[in-house]
Design a binder for this molecule. Structure first.
Ligand code: FAD
Length: 434
C-alpha cells in the first residue's frame, strides 16, 4: 500500500520533492498544503518574490526531473560574472560556469505546472491552507483553511517540513528534549526592486549576462539581475541600524534616495516602481540551524526550515534543492526504508548545513575595510589557483558558486578568514541598538 506523505510548504524544495516522490513507483501518495494562494492563478506577485541564482548544486537536483531543464531555460538567463559599480567606475569579475538566474515564484510555477504529468489520484494540492500544529506522536498535522472551512487534522505516514525559515513543523520538534535549534537575524534587511526595461535608458550601460551590484560606504548594497522578459529585478539590502531606506516616507523620497546613492538605479526607477517600493514590506532575514532534521521514521525537515541563510551568499535555494536530491538518493540506497533514510539524512547533511550557515554569515564582511580585504583575497586566490592549480585551492567565491565541493570542505579551507569576519561581526552586533 502506498504511504501517505504530507508536505507542508509549496516552495522550491516542497514542490521538487513531490516530483521525486511521485516518480518512485506508486509508493507514495502526496498531499501539499501551502498557506499562500496558488501562484499560477495570481498576477505576478512582485511584493513577495525576488530573483535567485542557481549553480550546479541546485540545477543538478532540478534537472534530474524530466522537462524541468527546458522549462527553467524558458524563464531564466545565464550569468557569466558580476559587475561592481562604485562612484561611476566598474570592476568586473567573470566566471567560467554560468549561474542560472530566475525568479523564485517562476521556479515554483514551472515545477507546479510539470506536476500535472503525474497521476491525479496520487497528488493533492491545497493552497490557502495553513498548517498550525503538528502532533508528532499521533502523526497528525492540523490544517486551517484560510478562505473557508473549519480547521481539521490530517494523518500522515511521512510529514515533510518544507515550510521555510519560520517552520511550524520544526516548532513541534522543540517539544523534544534532544532537539537544539538556533536562529539569528542577519544584520541586513531587504526590499525587492523591479525595474522597467533598461533598454529604454541607452545611456545606462548594464552589460547583459552579468549580475550588477552597487555598494555604499554604510554597507547598503543592491544586487540587480537581468530578467528573461527584458526587465531587471533584485534586492536592496541595508543594515537594520542607522539605515535610511526604512525612513523613506514618500514616492519623492524614494526617487531622491536612489538618484543620490545609486544613480543608475534611480534613473531607471519609474514613479510607479517608487510607489510600489514604498509599499513593499521590509523583510528581515533569519538564519537557522538545528541539531537534527528528522523525527523517528515519520517527519523530515528540508530546505530553509533547517538551514535558512543570508541571501548574500545565494545558496539557500541551491542547498534546499540539494536536500531533495539527497533524500531521493537515500531512498534509493535504503529501498525506501524511511527509518534508515531519515536518520542518514540528518547524519550526512548536518555537517554541510552547519558549514553553509557559517559561510553565509561570515564570508562577506559588512565593514568596508574588511570587504576590500575580501576582494583582494579573491583576486589573489583566483590568480594563484590559475597559476598553481594543484597547490592553491580556488577562491572562496569560486568554490561556493562554481563547484559542488561540499560546504563543510569549503569551510575547512577558509576557516581562518571566516573566524576573522566572525570576530568583526560579533563586535558590530554587540553595539547598542539606537
Ligand atoms: C532576497 C533573497 C534572495 C535570495 N537569493 C538566492 C539566490 O540567489 N540563490 C539561492 O540559492 N537562494 C537564494 N535565496 C534563498 C531562497 O529563496 C530560499 O533558500 C529558498 O526559497 C528555500 O526554499 P524552501 O522551499 O526551503 O522554502 P521557502 O521558499 O521559504 O518556501 C516555504 C513555503 O512554505 C510555505 N509555508 C510556510 N509556513 C507554512 C505553514 N505553516 N503552512 C503552510 N505553508 C507554509 C510558505 O508560504 C512558502 O511558500 C534568496 C532569498 C532571499 C530572501
Amino acid at each position: 500500500m502506498s504511504k501517505k506523505v504530507v508536505i507542508i510548504g509549496a516552495g522550491p524544495s516542497g514542490v521538487l520533492l513531490a516530483h521525486y516522490l511521485l516518480r518512485r513507483d506508486n509508493q507514495y501518495q502526496v498531499t501539499i498544503y501551502e498557506r499562500r494562494s496558488d501562484p499560477r492563478l495570481m498576477s505576478f506577485p512582485n511584493a513577495r518574490t525576488f530573483p535567485i541564482s542557481l549553480n550546479d548544486r541546485g540545477t543538478d537536483a532540478l534537472y534530474q526531473i524530466p522537462n524541468v531543464e527546458a522549462a527553467v531555460k524558458r524563464v531564466s538567463l545565464e550569468m557569466y560574472g558580476t559587475v561592481f559599480h562604485q562612484a561611476g567606475k566598474t570592476r568586473v569579475t567573470t566566471r567560467k560556469r554560468p549561474l542560472v538566474t530566475l525568479d523564485r515564484t517562476n521556479l515554483v510555477i514551472l515545477l507546479l505546472e510539470l506536476l500535472q504529468a503525474y497521476d491525479n489520484n496520487r497528488l493533492n494540492f491545497y493552497f490557502n491552507h495553513l498548517c498550525t500544529q503538528v502532533n508528532l506522536e499521533a502523526k497528525t498535522a492540523t490544517i486551517q483553511p484560510l478562505t473557508a472551512g473549519e480547521s481539521h487534522t490530517v494523518p500522515y505516514d511521512l510529514l515533510i517540513g518544507a515550510d521555510g525559515s519560520h517552520s511550524i513543523v520544526r516548532a513541534a520538534f522543540l517539544t523534544h528534549d534532544l532537539f537544539e535549534f538556533e536562529q539569528k537575524y542577519v544584520l541586513n534587511d531587504y526590499k525587492s526592486i523591479f525595474l522597467a526595461h533598461p533598454q529604454s535608458h541607452p545611456e545606462i550601460k548594464l552589460e547583459a549576462g552579468k549580475i550588477h551590484s552597487w555598494r555604499t560606504n554604510d554597507g547598503t548594497f543592491i544586487v540587480l539581475l537581468h530578467q528573461y522578459d527584458g526587465t531587471m529585478g533584485g534586492v536592496i539590502l541595508f543594515p537594520r541600524q542607522h539605515n535610511q531606506v526604512a525612513q523613506l516616507a514618500s514616492c519623492e523620497d524614494v526617487l531622491q534616495y536612489f538618484q543620490q546613492h545609486f544613480p543608475e538605479v534611480g534613473q531607471m526607477m519609474t514613479e510607479a516602481e517608487a510607489e510600489a517600493f514604498l509599499k513593499r514590506p521590509i523583510t528581515r532575514v533569519l538564519t537557522t540551524s538545528c541539531s537534527h532534521y528528522h523525527y523517528s521514521d515519520s517527519v523530515l525537515l528540508i530546505g530553509d526550515a533547517i538551514h535558512a541563510v543570508s541571501p548574500a551568499i545565494g545558496q539557500g535555494c541551491n542547498a534546499a534543492l540539494e536536500d531533495v536530491a539527497m533524500l531521493n538518493s537515500l531512498l534509493n540506497e535504503t529501498g525506501d526504508d524511511l527509518k534508515i533514510a531519515l536518520e542518514q539524512f540528518t547524519l550526512r547533511r548536518k555537517k554541510d548545513a552547519h558549514a553553509l550557515t557559517e559561510l553565509s554569515n561570515y564570508s562577506f564582511p559588512s565593514s568596508t575595510r574588511l570587504f576590500i580585504e575580501f576582494i583582494l583575497r579573491e583576486q589573489l586566490g583566483k590568480l594563484l589557483h590559475r597559476l598553481l592549480p594543484q597547490q592553491c585551492p580556488p577562491s572562496l567565491s569560486q568554490l561556493v558558486f562554481e563547484t559542488t565541493v561540499p560546504y563543510a570542505e569549503i569551510l575547512k579551507i577558509y576557516q581562518p578568514w571566516i573566524n576573522k569576519v566572525k570576530r568583526a561581526t560579533e563586535r558590530q552586533r554587540n553595539q547598542p541598538i539606537n
